[in-house]
Structure formats: C-alpha cells, structure tokens
Design a protein around this ligand. Structure first.
Ligand SMILES: [Zn+2]
Length: 567
C-alpha cells in the first residue's frame, strides 16, 4: 500500500448513529435506496419508491430468488431435482377469480368506523370482539356480577368516573353518565316485565342522544358510537372499459398466488412438468391497508415472490418440512443470518381455514428495529391443501377437468398389483399445495436493516454490510489520482468487467472520500489503480468490512469478484 492510498480520517465517534428505523430511513433517502412516493406533492400514505440503489438491491433479491428457485432449483426430499416453472400473470384478472379464492367474500365485509379513535371493526364480529378482546368491556362486565336483574346506578357512575374514564373515554356512559343512565332507567321502568338483556344494556350505555340517534353500539377500543356499516374491501377496485358499472368492476390482485392457480391447467398442458412440481411468480400485489405503517413493511402496493408447489396429497408432510427449511436457509444464504432470523410454526388457532387440516404453516420472521424484541413476517410457508384448485374447479365449472392425472403413480400402483378400481380412485386428484410466499419489499427492508452497521471508524459513522451477492454496486474501479496514465488503465478494467458486474467508475474526489461513499452504499470491494500498477500489473483491492487492502494482479480482478459474489 502506498502512502497516498490511505483511508480518510476516521469519523467522530459521537456521530455514530444508533441502529434505529429513523437512522435507516434517513440513510435510505440520503443515498437513494427508498423515497416516499410522489414526495414533491407531500407523498401518499402507504406507497414507496425505490431509488437508483434501492432498485438494484431489490432486483438482486428477486434475481437471486428466481435463479435459485426457478432456474437452478435444489434437490427435493425424494432426491430428484425439483421441477419448477415460472409465470407472469396480469394484475387485473377476471373478478370471478376473487370470488373463488374467497377474497370477495371475506375482504369486503361490512365494516364500521369509530369516529372517536378511527378504529375499523367488522360489523359481524363486533360483539365477539367486545366479549373477547375489549379491555373496557371486560372491566364494565365486572360491574354486572352477580347479575341481579337490577341496574346498580351508583356502581356504574363510579365505574364511569374511575376506570371507565381511562379505558373507554368516548363511551356515552363515561362522557355523560346521568343522562345515559336516565334513558336506561326509563326503559327498565317502562317495561318491568321485559328487562333489557346485556347487549341492550350496553347499547344504552353507548348512547348519549337516544331520540336523535336511536340505540348505538360502542367501539371495542374507546367506547365511541360506531358509524354505519359500510362494505370496506381490502382490494383496490377499478373498472375495465368505459362503463363504470357493477359488471365492469375489476380488482387489483391482492396476491399473486391466484394467477398461478388459474394457470395450473395451462402449465401442465404446455410443459412436461409432473407432480411434484412448482409454479413460481414474482409480481405486484395491492391491499388497501387500513393503517399502512413501518416504512415499506406494510404498504398498499407491494411485490410478492410466490411458489405454489403441487404435490400428491399423501406427501404433504415431507414437502412442507422441506420447503419450510429450504426457504429459511435461503434467507440465511443472502445475509440474514444470526439471531435476527427465526422460524416460527403457527399455533393451531392462528391457522387459516384451509390450513387447519394441513401439515402446518410457519413464518420466517425477521427482527426489524420496529418489531424488536419481537419479529415481523418475511415469508409464510403453508400447506394450503387442495383448497384453491377445488374452489376454481367449482367456480369455473371445469370440475374434475382441473384434476391432475398422475400417470407415473398409475404405473407404479399397477406394478404393485393394486386393484384397478382403487388405482383409478387414487391417480386422478386435485394436487395439494405447499405455498412459500415471500415479500420482496419486506426482504429488501430486512437486507437494509441487517446491513446497517454503526462504526466509529467510518467517516459517516455507519457502513452498509450487504452480502456481496445482494450489494447494489459490487465494486468501485478507481484510479488513485486522475493523471499519470492511471485513469486509462482503470477505464480499461472497468470496460472489461462492467457487463458482468454492476460497477462504479469514478476518477474524481480524494480516494478516501470515494471509499467512504462506497461504505455507505455497501459496496464490498474497491479496486484502485496506482503508480505501481503500470510497473507490476497489480491493483489494490480494499475490503469494505475490514477496510484492509491487498494487492492482486489486474488480470485476476474478474475472477476475484466472481468468487466473492457467488450466485
Ligand atoms: Zn374508538
């Protein structure tokens, strides 16, 4: 290392940022990873843009997934190479798809909004939620035990002025106990032979202007009187064609999975895939989240990387375990190792309706700064049984035509001497599905959070320690100074390698500043041409993580990068 090839002075340790979301978001904006969508207009809640470096990072993540899943899949638990096909389906599909998948039914329930705290609650679940998870309701119920059939007015007023004030500030009983209870007393005295039941009592306690509004129902969070029930769908709606009628209504897909199921028959008929095989897709999905939050973690437009892996019904257990572990290990392989990554098997009561009968569901979770010490979902791996294909068979009218005919299994069973009738029953079936469904934006965010490394030895107090395969820029190619033939040699090296790697060529600024900038955007290597290069055909290679330098032959740079970056 020559004298002039030294690092810039180390940073001021008091400038070292803590690893917080605030610091990560600030770096993302400063260095061009992530911007607020339409920022010049004040942004739009729940939407984010990737900048010049963010788009490279996210693309590296998606390319690695596509490469490892679709083009170069591993061997499965049966020892055979996994068979995988890719698709790229439209965002807008025939709306019947979303009826079959259950999204139109369950994503569009009548929902009521609390004007007091802004909370939304599904109308059909209100009393369930009150009974099971409303803190104030549980507390209020204590005032009714033992049930005597009488309303204990002083006791309720005491609750309203004490616990109620804290737990249910917007409940009519709390805001105006005398008036509210007088309505209730009128009701009880007016019909002494038909006393109100608990639900009616609670409705009274939620009503402050009985004659103007009629009986009202309370918000499970704050006790405020809930508004009218309105259908609130998580799916974004639009219209195909110029007529904006019910018939022309379409949806922006809330998941990419259904495009895969809808093409199951097409893929089987047009390729040579045989069960077990998978169909993979990367694409945008949209959910009109009630409360988008945590940077890009819960946004309204996001990108998924999904596999639907079709298997024989009797092999669900082994394939589920295989995909769960394979996907967990994949996230590790791209740099999310260590204590920030965990695999969590769902409890039975968290399972979705179709998964209850299945081999299991698990989440691969990352400890984001905003979930710490807890974890947030990165990818879900679920045994979806044959739920989706059966739904599409029924709703499309195709019925058994959507079944898969397993010729190999037929031959095998014949060889085993199984009775013909039994074989026929077995070999035409709706395949079961193991679904590893990952978030590309959440994955990108996890890579950003994992990479963020405070370090007093760096000028800006931080460097981004991306796995080399994920790093947006793989290497900087620099002449030490912008003279003495160095720029020409560096330029030649850059032109040789730029088709293979995403590189940066920069001949300006002091070398220490160039290194500092590459640290902050997470570039793992910098190759510098100096005064010795012309003599001995070597360059220095600087390692981002250790800031150490060594010399290698200029003709070895390409091989060096290929080996370090892998993939
Ligand atoms: Zn409320």
């Amino acid at each position: 290392m020559t004298e002039s090839n030294k690092e810039a002075a180390p940073g001021n340790p008091s400038n070292v940022p803590a690893k917080t979301m605030e610091a990560i978001v600030a770096l993302c904006r400063r260095r061009g990873f992530v911007f607020q969508s339409s920022e010049i207009y004040g942004g739009i809640n729940g939407f984010w843009d990737y900048g010049p470096l963010g788009v490279e990072l996210k693309r590296n993540l998606k390319d690695a997934w596509w490469h490892d899943i679709v083009r170069c899949p591993a061997k499965g638990p049966d020892g055979n190479l996994i068979s995988m096909a890719g698709v790229d389906c439209t965002i807008i599909m025939n709306p019947k798809v979303w009826v079959a998948s259950g999204h139109v039914g369950t994503f569009a329930d009548p929902t009521r909004k609390c004007p007091g705290c802004g909370h939304f609650v599904r109308a059909d679940q209100l009393w369930d939620i009150l009974a099971t998870s409303s803190e104030w309701f549980a507390s209020l119920l204590q005032e009714f035990t033992p049930v005597t059939g009488e309303i204990d007015t002083p006791r309720l007023i005491k609750w309203a002025r004490g616990k109620g004030k804290k737990l249910a500030p917007n409940l009519a009983l709390v805001r105006d106990p005398e008036v509210t209870l007088s309505f209730l007393a009128t009701r009880v005295n007016g019909q002494p032979t038909a006393p109100p039941d608990l639900q009616e009592i609670v409705r009274h306690l939620a009503t402050s202007q009985l004659h103007a509004t009629g009986l009202q129902e309370p918000c499970p969070i704050c006790g405020g009187a809930l508004g009218e029930a309105k259908p609130f769908t998580l799916m974004f709606e639009s219209h195909a064609g110029l007529d904006k009628t019910e018939d022309s209504k379409v949806y922006l897909r809330p998941e990419t999975a259904q495009g895969i199921f809808a093409n199951f028959r097409n893929v089987v008929d047009s390729t040579r895939v045989k069960v077990p095989f998978g169909i993979a897709q990367i694409g945008k999905a949209f959910r009109n989240e009630v409360t988008p939050r945590n940077f890009t973690f819960r946004s309204r437009e996001f990108e998924q990387m999904e596999i639907e892996f079709f298997i024989r019904p009797d092999s669900a257990k082994e394939w589920y375990a295989f995909w769960r572990d394979a996907r967990f290990n994949w996230w590790k392989s791209i740099g999310l190792a260590g204590e920030n990554l965990q695999l969590r098997e769902h409890d039975r009561d968290e399972l979705s309706h179709y998964a209850k009968a299945g081999a299991g569901t698990s989440d691969i979770e990352y400890r984001f700064p905003f979930t710490a010490p807890g974890f947030g979902e990165l990818e879900g791996v679920a045994h979806r049984t044959d739920f989706d294909l059966r739904q599409h068979a029924e709703h499309s009218g195709l019925g058994d035509k959507l079944k898969y005919f397993d010729q190999e299994w037929q031959v095998k069973l014949q060889g085993e001497g199984v009775a013909k009738e039994e074989i026929n029953k077995k070999v035409k079936y709706f395949p079961h599905v193991i679904e590893p469904s990952a978030g590309a934006d959440r994955g990108t965010l996890a890579l950003l959070c994992e990479a963020f490394t405070p370090d007093a030895g760096r000028p800006s107090g931080v460097f981004m320690k991306f796995h080399p395969r994920m790093a947006p820029i793989k290497a900087g190619i620099y002449p030490l100074v912008n003279k003495d033939g160095m720029p020409e040699i560096a330029d030649k090296l850059y032109m040789e390698l730029r088709g293979k790697f995403n590189l940066e060529f920069d001949e300006k600024q002091a070398i220490g500043k160039r290194y500092a900038r590459m640290d902050e955007v997470g570039t793992p290597y910098c190759f510098t041409v100096d005064s010795d290069t012309a003599k001995d055909q070597t360059v220095t290679v600087r390692d981002r993580d250790t800031a150490s330098q060594q010399r290698i032959g200029i003709d070895k740079v390409g091989a060096f990068l290929a080996e370090k970056i892998g993939g």
